[in-house]
Write a protein that binds this ligand. Sequence first.
Ligand SMILES: Cc1ncc(COP(=O)(O)O)c(C=O)c1O
Length: 354
Amino acid sequence: MDLTLGEPDFAPPAHVAEAAVEAAGGPLGYTPSNGMPRLREAVRRAVGRYRGLDYADEQVAVGCGAKQVIFNAFLATIRPGDEVVIPAPYWASYPDMVSLCGGSPVVVPCRAGSGFRLTPPDLAAALTPRTRWVVLNAPGNPSGALYDREQVEALAEVFRAHPQVLVLSDEIYAHIRYSQDPYVSIAAAAPDLRDRILLVDGVSKAYAMTGWRVGWGLGPKELIARISVVQGQNCTQTSTLSQIAAVAALDGPQDVLAERNGIYRKRRNAGLAALASCPALTVPVPDGAFYLFPKLADAVDDVAVADRLLDAGVATVPGSAFGAPGHLRLSFATDVATLEEGCRRIAATLGVRS
Ligand SMILES: Cc1ncc(COP(=O)(O)O)c(C=O)c1O
């Protein structure tokens, strides 16, 4: 049972494949390094639709996935020794990217008691004159945690006192959410900070297009221009065919988003129910994304537990990989039968309440 998957197990919507097949026989030359104009337009329309945000064309940079946009942004801005604040649990790539760009990752542990969210006092305590970036990722990988408007506004208030700090808002999972509440992007909640916020998103998770490698950043013109310079000198642009497919995803019918959220919600609930009888695990209910992030009973080595589970035929990712030892990440980007059997084996291995 593989419960490690960090990508949707769906195919992209049919109209995406159709658009790509149709385009594949035509000219597919270079595009501008910040993306085809019509993709940038589609991105601007989408962010208007889903976040109510308005960006100019020069405020959009397309790259080979959200990952490359983030890397380009760090490479373009981090000076040796600059600090980047990364709340834990975190997506494992952030600290490595910061280190590769010559910066120092500053990891701020977020407690399960605060829903794995960064609190304003913890943020304030982590900031120094060397802080260049703060990373926000909601819904979070691996925690699935979201911030409500009040929480986002409270973080924004801390940023106001530190004008040298740039904010990376990684919103790649924003379409995968389990409540009807609208998504709160810090770029919308704190418009006065928009000249320091890089909002990152892409087609990977929402449209099940991980392998197509299309993501984008939206932010201040100067930062976007610098990101595009880096992009132009590393791989010129992301694939032209993929950009055409991404336009189809963004401009085509959007019902797939709600449909798949419904499927993920059922799986999430099935996983929570299957683990409920296991006293060795405390399982928070994720607000979004497609992971459960249970806490193991005190002082248990998560890597050793993940090894034991492998022996029982279940692959999970130990929380240490996300800067949160003592946890496991279980992906529910898999069918319910696999998920339930995986959770049953986890419960059987760790002990079930009698
Ligand atoms: C939090 C987070 N950000 C960014 C990415 C990268 O997305 P992309 O496929 O667009 O590069 C991932 C992928 O796992 C992720 O989990």
